[in-house]
Write a protein that binds this ligand. Structure first.
Ligand code: ZN
Length: 127
């Protein structure tokens, strides 16, 4: 039996993942594949301060995401090239912040990412 918090986290993870995959056009950031696209995190999801930070996530194919140990370095190098070493250092520092979201805050975040995804859908439909 899941708690209300666990259900909110799952909903937020799902909304965030859909948003990231759409934002990145369902193309793997690491290898360019379009097969089995997931939402890959640069810094582990275990750290909640950056779990739902769009800068910390990229669309990744299942292979690159699941074989994270092998693709980690490529992901990191490409990420730093796209942003900067300073951004990475800032993200790492943020990831270690102690963050205790309330259930209501998590539910708000899930709604935010669902809304952002719908806006992207609307933009695509209007093209
Ligand atoms: Zn890949």
């Amino acid at each position: 039996m899941k708690t209300r918090r666990q259900r909110a986290i799952k909903r937020c993870d799902d909304a965030f993942s859909r948003y990231i995959r759409k934002r990145d056009g369902n193309v793997c950031f690491t290898c360019g594949s379009t097969m089995d696209i997931q939402c890959g995190h640069l810094i582990t999801r275990e750290r909640f301060a950056t779990r739902w930070d769009p800068a910390n996530a990229k669309a990744q194919c299942e292979r690159c995401n699941v074989l994270h140990e092998e693709s980690r370095e490529r992901f990191l190098v490409k990420w730093i090239r796209q942003y900067s070493l300073q951004r990475y250092e800032d993200l790492v520092a943020k990831s270690w912040e102690v963050t205790r979201y309330s259930v209501a805050e998590i539910e708000d975040l899930a709604r935010k990412y669902n809304d952002m995804m719908r806006e992207k859908d609307a933009k695509i439909a209007a093209r």
